[in-house]
Design a protein around this ligand. Structure first.
Ligand code: ZN
Length: 124
């Protein structure tokens, strides 16, 4: 798997985590590589993703992945990964498509419909 830039990779990872209902933290978060672990690593979850930039180009490539989770995120709890920046990223194409600015309540409904994630009102 490859992404055109580091920003694309980060956005994809965040969306993936929201959809799959888990949270992660980054280690070795450098300009050319990023290793991410499940927040439940302390409890024994082995999930991790490792991606790095290809030499002399902006492309990022997935180099390692342990895809299984030992625990699942409580689906009723808001995912801390769905922060305001992520919501803004996800809304951009929607705003372009509908040519309108969303009210906070509409944003929450939209995020729930699309990603099955609960976001706190304050995020918007
Ligand atoms: Zn996990």
């Amino acid at each position: 798997m490859e992404w055109p830039t580091a920003a694309d990779y980060r956005r994809r990872l965040r969306t993936f985590a929201v959809v799959r209902k888990f949270a992660y933290f980054n280690e070795k978060n450098e300009s050319y590589r990023m290793r991410s672990f499940c927040k439940k690593k302390v409890e024994g979850c082995k999930w991790y993703a490792y991606a790095r930039q290809l030499p002399r180009q902006p492309t990022w490539k997935l180099r390692g992945l342990y895809p299984e989770h030992t625990y699942t995120w409580d689906p009723d709890k808001p995912n801390p990964i769905a922060n305001s920046r992520w919501v803004a990223d996800m809304l951009e194409p929607l705003i372009k498509r509908h040519r309108k600015v969303f009210k906070p309540k509409e944003i929450i409904t939209e995020m729930w419909d699309q990603y099955r994630t609960e976001i706190k009102y304050c995020v918007t």
